[in-house]
Design a protein around this ligand. Structure first.
Ligand code: NZQ
Ligand code: ZN
Length: 387
């Protein structure tokens, strides 16, 4: 087990009606608040009205910036930064999913910086401080509600890049599973896939003695798998929605990374796909992850066999561990199919036109991944396996 520091300071407020506490939590950080949200789902569901009411009850002065798109754009981030500087904003409140939260995080960092915010994403600038950020989560998926990272797309060249800093971590995150009832089956499944991918990125490590985190990863994956069909068949099942929502946070709050180094190659490859084709991140991962697994499993067949056995109940074939390992990958793919995720690029009408470009852009600043280092040719190979 590697040495580690674990500090996740996001206050999680979980359960029914918890959005009513947003005013009280936000007021701890000042009066002037930027309310940041997406394309309107929060208005349709009535959440917007409840949030405004709670904020007003605490005397907050509210400024608004809406219109965050999935795969959030740097142009709106820049708009948000100007607004924060001009209006002297004390706190940003993100009401939505990963895209809204990531956009809010980039605004929070940019508001404390004199240069252009994209500097943080292309390595030209360092985040040192952020405006405080609060979250009301509406889709369990990205785990951004308690992560220290942000992923933003630059329309100029369609680069999708990430950055991170401890000060970016939300001060509080309100998680009411009821807010996820209005998600479409597709968005629910994309979220499930993303959180599973966050766990698997951590699971496939070269660190040998990490039994506790291995087993925590397996338990979280099994919980997601056990509840996935329930939330899809019965979207208003509170208990199942609650299991999924909490799993999404646990998957990405860094607890499962303790003592080990994760991979993240599949995420980086997916960001190249959603950067160019603007697809949902979770759908991209359902395609990339199995392809990555098929390409790298021989690097540690034991770990893949353990994954198959402990997560998917595949019988351990001690005479043929490779067979066990491959059955685990098959089970994962079949699961993604069962929740109506695509598992090949062609299913979402992506052909080989940009594969070379994606492999090049993805490896511009060095090889991807840690479990196995992936150079341009490796990434291209994985993308071809995903076709
Ligand atoms: O914009 P609105 O109208 O709100 O609609 C959204 C959006 O169209 C809709 N939605 C959200 N909550 C809803 C709802 N519709 C009905 N009812 C609700 N309760 O869902 C759509 C997708 O939202 P989005 O925020 O894009 O989804 P997600 O949470 O999956 O976020 C994806 C983004 O997060 C990044 C991804 O790359 C992607 O850009 N990630 C961020 C990470 C981080 N910061 O730590 C890590 C992840 O690996 C990921 O890369
Ligand atoms: Zn992800």
């Amino acid at each position: 087990m590697k040495n580690f520091v674990f500090q996740n300071s996001t206050k999680i407020i979980f359960g029914q009606d918890t959005e009513q506490q947003v005013g009280q939590e936000a007021a701890l950080y000042g009066k002037r608040l930027l309310l940041h949200y997406g394309g309107g789902s929060i208005k349709k569901s009535g959440l917007y009205d409840r949030v405004i009411q709670s904020l007003k009850a605490k005397g907050m002065e509210i400024f608004e910036l809406s219109g965050v798109m999935p795969n959030p754009r740097v142009s709106l981030v820049r708009e948000g930064i100007s607004l924060c500087k001009e209006k002297n904003i004390d706190i940003i409140l993100a009401v939505g999913g990963g895209s809204v939260i990531d956009s809010a995080k980039a605004i929070a960092a940019g508001a404390k910086y004199d240069g252009d915010v994209w500097d943080f994403f292309d390595g030209k600038g360092q985040i040192t401080d952020c405006l405080p950020l609060g979250v009301v989560l509406t889709i369990p998926a990205a785990g951004s509600e308690s992560s220290s990272g942000s992923v933003i797309t630059n329309e100029d060249g369609w680069y999708k890049k990430s950055t991170g800093h401890p000060s970016m971590r939300p001060k509080f995150a309100i998680l009411n599973p009821v807010l996820s009832y209005t998600l479409s089956a597709y968005q629910t499944a994309c979220g499930i896939t993303d959180m599973m991918a966050h766990i698997m990125e951590r699971y496939f490590t070269n660190e040998k003695n990490v039994e506790l985190t291995d087993r925590l990863c397996e338990a979280t994956l099994r919980t997601i798998i056990n509840n996935a069909h329930t939330v899809l068949d019965d979207p208003e099942n509170y208990e199942a929605r609650a299991e999924i929502m909490w799993s999404g946070t646990i998957a990405h709050n860094d607890l499962l990374s303790t003592g080990r180094i994760g991979d993240w190659g599949s995420h980086d490859i997916e960001h190249e796909i959603s950067g160019i084709y603007d697809i949902a991140h979770g759908a991209g991962l359902a395609i990339v992850f199995p392809a990555w697994m098929k390409y790298v499993y021989k690097h540690d067949i034991n770990r893949f066999a353990q994954f198959a056995h402990r997560v998917w109940d595949v019988e351990m074939n001690l005479n043929n561990l490779e067979k066990t390992a491959l059955m685990g990958i098959e089970k994962l793919e079949a699961f993604f199919q069962s929740i109506n995720m695509p598992i090949r690029l062609q299913e979402i009408k992506i052909d080989d036109t940009h594969l070379e470009e994606m492999a090049r852009k993805g490896t511009e600043s060095g090889p991807l991944g840690n479990f196995v280092k992936l150079h341009k040719e490796d990434v291209l190979h994985i993308l071809k396996l995903a076709l």
